[in-house]
Design a binder for this molecule. Structure first.
Ligand code: G6P
Length: 480
C-alpha cells in the first residue's frame, strides 16, 4: 500500500542561480512537519507503507523546468506538478495567497476577490487530482495538505472513487462571519470540495468548530460527534494538533556541527542575553508589532540596554505578492530606526537577518537563546515555538507566545501575550529575562513532556489511521 502526500509545494524547492540549479529545503510548517515524519519513520516504512510519494510544485515556472530537474526529483520520490507563469500568478499568488491566506487569517482588508483567480484555482486543483490519479491504485492512502488544494478531494473522488482520502488544513479556519465574505458559489464549492475527503483535520477545536458552523450555515449539513453526513458518506472532522520530531531538536546540541556553531555564536555575542525569533516574511507574523514591543521594553527598562540583543530572522517568502514586498521595506525601516535611535558604538539592539539560515545555525540559536519571542498576529499552529522548547536540553529558556497562535492551546506554560498589547509584550520580555532558573525549568519541563508525548510521528500516524478507518466505514456503507 502506498502513501501519497500532496501539497502545493514539494519539500524541495528548485532555484536557478547564476545559470546553475540548486535544490533547497522548502520553508514553512507543512514541509518541516512532513519531512520530520518521513525522517523519523524511514520514509514511511516504519508505518508499513511500501512506498511514499510526494506530489507537488517544484517552485519554478513550467517554462523554466528541465527534464534533468524532473528526473532528479522523481528519483527522490517527488512527483512534480508544473505550474505555468500564468498559473503561478493567478493560482499561487492569486487565489491562494491573495484570497484564502489573508481571509483565513482574518486580514480581510488584504483579501482580493477576483474571478480569474478562482477559475485558475479550480483548474489547478483538477490538475493536481489528475497527477495523483495517474499514480494511485485502489486502496492507497492519499493525504492532501492545506488551503491550496481544497477542491482536490472532490476532483480526485470523481476520478478514482476507491481511495482513502485525508485532508489537513495547516492554517486557521475562520469564523463563519469572516468566511461569509467569500462569494457564495466559491465558499460552498470549497466546503463541498473538502467534504469529499473521508477525514478532515485541523490544528485546534476552535478551527473545527468554525468549519462545522460554516458547513451548517452555508450547506445545511449538521454534524454529530464530529461526523458530517453527506449523502451516504460520513466525513470525520477532528482536531489533530501537529507535533515536531522531538528527539531531533532535543538532541541537537549533541551533534558536532551544532555544538561548533553554538560555541561560535556564544563567543560572538559576548555574554549578551539573547531574545530570538524566526519567521517567514509574512504580515500574519506580527514582526512590526514585535519590533515596537522590543523598543518599548528597551525604553522602559534601560538597564537592559547593552546587555540584551534581539536576533530577528525573517526568511523571504512569496515575493510576488505586493503586501509581502511592502512589509519587507517597513521592517527594514523600523530596524534601521530602532538601531539608529537606541544603538551604541559597541551595541546593536536588533540583529536583523533577512535570508534563509542553515539548519545547524537555527538549531544553535534555539540552544543559546534565553528567550524566544513568538508573537504572530494569527497563526494556524507555529512550530518554531515547539522547536524552541524541545531544544532546551538544559531546562532553561523562556517562551513568550501569542494567544492567537494555535500552539498556545498546548504550550500553556509559556508567557502568553496578546501581540497587539505592546506594553504587555514589553513587560513579558522583562519578566522572561528576569525569571529565576527554577521557574524556567518548571515551565520548560511541563511543555517538553507534552511535546515529547505528541510528536510528529504520532500526529501523522493518528491522522493516517483515522483516514483509513473512515474510508473503510464509507466503503462498507456504499456496498450495504
Ligand atoms: C505555510 C503554509 C504552507 C506553505 C508555507 C510556505 O506554512 O501553511 O502550505 O507551504 O507557509 O509558504 P509558500 O507559499 O512558500 O509555500
Amino acid at each position: 500500500m502506498k502513501l501519497i502526500v500532496v501539497s502545493n509545494r514539494l519539500p524541495i524547492t528548485v532555484v536557478y542561480r547564476d545559470g546553475k540549479v540548486e535544490f533547497r529545503e522548502a520553508v514553512g510548517g507543512l514541509a518541516t512537519a512532513i519531512n520530520s515524519f518521513l525522517r523519523a519513520t524511514e520514509g514511511g516504512r516504519g508505518l508499513g507503507f511500501t512506498k511514499v510519494l510526494w506530489v507537488g510544485w517544484s517552485g519554478v515556472k513550467a517554462e523554466l523546468e528541465t527534464d534533468e530537474v524532473e528526473s532528479e526529483l522523481r528519483e527522490r520520490g517527488l512527483i512534480p506538478v508544473s505550474l505555468s507563469a500564468e498559473e503561478v500568478e493567478l493560482f499561487y499568488e492569486g487565489f491562494c495567497n491573495s484570497t484564502l491566506w489573508p481571509l483565513f487569517h482574518g486580514f480581510t482588508v488584504y483579501t482580493v476577490f477576483e474571478r480569474r483567480f478562482w477559475d485558475t484555482y479550480v483548474r489547478v486543483n483538477k490538475k493536481y487530482a489528475e497527477a495523483v490519479a495517474s499514480i494511485a491504485k485502489p486502496g492507497d492512502i492519499v493525504w492532501i495538505h492545506d488551503y491550496h488544494l481544497m477542491l482536490m478531494p472532490a476532483f480526485l473522488r470523481q476520478l478514482l472513487p476507491d481511495l482513502a482520502v485525508g485532508f489537513f488544513l495547516h492554517i486557521p479556519f475562520p469564523p463563519a462571519e469572516i468566511y461569509q465574505l467569500m462569494p457564495p458559489t466559491w465558499r460552498n464549492t470549497l466546503l463541498e470540495g473538502v467534504l469529499a475527503a473521508d477525514l478532515v483535520g485541523f490544528h485546534t477545536y476552535e478551527y473545527v468548530s468554525n468549519f462545522l458552523r460554516a458547513v451548517a450555515k452555508f450547506l445545511g449539513y449538521r454534524a454529530e460527534s464530529g461526523i458530517v453526513r453527506v449523502g451516504r458518506r460520513r466525513v470525520r472532522v477532528g482536531a489533530y494538533p501537529i507535533g515536531i520530531d522531538y528527539a531531533f531538536f532535543h538532541d541537537s546540541s549533541q551533534r558536532a556541527e551544532v555544538a561548533a556553531e553554538i560555541d561560535k555564536l556564544r563567543q560572538r555575542l559576548r555574554g549578551l542575553k539573547i531574545v530570538f525569533s524566526i519567521d517567514r516574511l509574512d504580515y500574519t507574523k506580527g514582526v512590526l508589532n514585535r519590533l515596537k514591543a522590543w523598543e518599548r521594553f528597551l525604553k522602559e527598562h534601560p538597564q537592559w540596554r547593552g546587555r540584551a540583543v534581539f536576533v530577528l530572522v525573517v526568511v523571504p517568502s512569496r515575493v510576488g505578492v505586493p503586501q509581502y514586498e511592502a512589509m519587507k521595506r517597513e521592517i527594514e525601516r523600523e530596524v534601521g530606526r530602532i538601531n539608529g535611535e537606541l544603538g551604541e558604538v559597541d551595541w546593536t539592539p536588533v540583529v536583523y537577518i533577512s535570508r534563509f539560515i542553515p539548519t545547524p545555525t537555527l538549531l544553535a540559536l534555539y540552544n543559546i537563546a534565553d528567550v524566544a519571542l513568538i508573537t504572530p498576529l494569527r497563526d494556524g499552529m507555529n512550530l518554531v515555538a515547539k522547536e524552541y522548547v524541545a531544544s532546551r536540553r538544559n531546562c532553561t529558556g523562556v517562551l513568550i507566545l501569542s494567544e492567537t497562535a494555535g500552539a498556545s492551546h498546548e504550550l500553556l506554560e509559556a508567557l502568553i501575550v496578546n501581540p497587539n498589547d505592546e506594553s504587555s509584550v514589553a513587560e513579558a520580555i522583562a519578566r522572561a529575562l528576569e525569571m529565576d532558573l527554577q521557574e524556567q525549568c518548571r515551565r520548560i519541563k511541563a511543555m517538553q513532556k507534552r511535546l515529547s508525548q505528541h510528536d510528529v510521528v504520532k500526529w501523522a500516524a493518528e491522522l493516517i489511521h483515522a483516514t483509513a478507518l473512515a474510508y473503510a466505514e464509507n466503503r462498507e456503507a456504499a456496498y450495504t
